[in-house]
Design a protein around this ligand. Sequence first.
Ligand code: AMP
Ligand code: GLY
Length: 419
Amino acid sequence: MNVIVIGSGGREHAIIKKIKENSKVKTVYALPGNGGIAQDATCVNIGAKDIDKIVEFAAQNKIDYAVVAPDDPLVLGAVDALNAIGVPCFGPDKAAAIIEGSKVFSKNLMKKYNIPTACYEVFSDVDAALKYLESAPIPTVIKADGLALGKGVIIAQTRQEAVDAVNSIMKDRVFGESGSKIVIEEFLTGPEVSVLSFCDGKTIIPMISSMDHKRALDNDMGLNTGGMGTVAPNPYYTPEIAKTCMETIFLPTVKAMNAENRTFKGCLYFGLMLTQNGPKVIEFNCRFGDPETQVVLPLLKSDLFDIMLACTNGTLSDMNIEFYDNYACCVVMASQGYPKKYETGFKIDYDKNDPNIFVAGAKLEGSDIITSGGRVLGITATAETLKQAITLAYSKVEKTQFENKYYRKDIGQSALKAL
Ligand code: AMP
Ligand code: GLY
């Protein structure tokens, strides 16, 4: 089969390496891919949001299947457009991708179907939002309705910060049209867990749990990023909590989407917080997480491509999905300065034969791979214990060289303490 994978990050690199293990997969094209992905797939210079060009490419190159990995093309309807020319896809259609594309939609869905989440109010009027903040409990959480490159969530520790956040999102439109509506919600506390799941619209099978490290600096200080590292499984996510989540969150969400005529097929990502009052949903994503994928897929024993086809065909209940009984740790190596300003263009020296090194912000220049983005590489290691996985990941990080490199030194430390 000829397969296209849409996207250009470490997540896409991990997906591509894994689907190539299936003998049905003959050719993989990455649109646009990156300098490291070019080792494993044919990169085609078409942007992930350029749906017309993606469809044209698929039609001209006898594409049999597409994996749409990032949020933007999913929310824009890439799956609908590819299906319309007869190309089956892994990923939700536009109607279902709204579960990530609109926070107002997802909060209202949870309220309507009794899925546990933080209490909230929705505002489309600045003055009403500011009035509400005069008496809202502090800290409070302010979320732009639409996609905002993972930056649309502001945790306000003071009333003034909350007012500033509302003004910058709704008046100054720092996130563009995403800020035409906002959600103001209750601040929750507790350990966070990411659970990615396979879903075919009827059956939902959770993958192994993971823990992201979203802040830029050690000890969870500094700015929010796309994710600076991950470990799996997440030690806070006990079998008992998993059972509760299945009953109160995962199955009700699948049913709710069906009841709304928005059947979800693909990877449904649950961002959970384990509060004193039980697990609650912080966010839904309509796709694999990055860098969660870089720890979850290396632990997947079963064949990813067959599972993807089953999600598309509605035959997931026939699949027996297994994970290795190991731990994984992924350390993201970034450009110094990320998520703010950073320099790029430096040659990267890494072990190209390591199956668990995933390239993100890098491009080819002649035969060199040079840095081109904020998050440059995800370095994953798996082992029998979490401690071994962490040690091994960091030893590979130390062998990986590029000018201006930056990484957190404490990925997995809080998980180790929890164990
Ligand atoms: P998101 O962009 O939706 O992933 O949110 C970014 C981060 O903000 C989450 O990983 C949480 O750490 C935090 N967050 C979001 N909503 C809440 C909430 N209601 N209470 C506490 N923290 C939150
Ligand atoms: N790592 C968080 C996300 O992919 O949204």
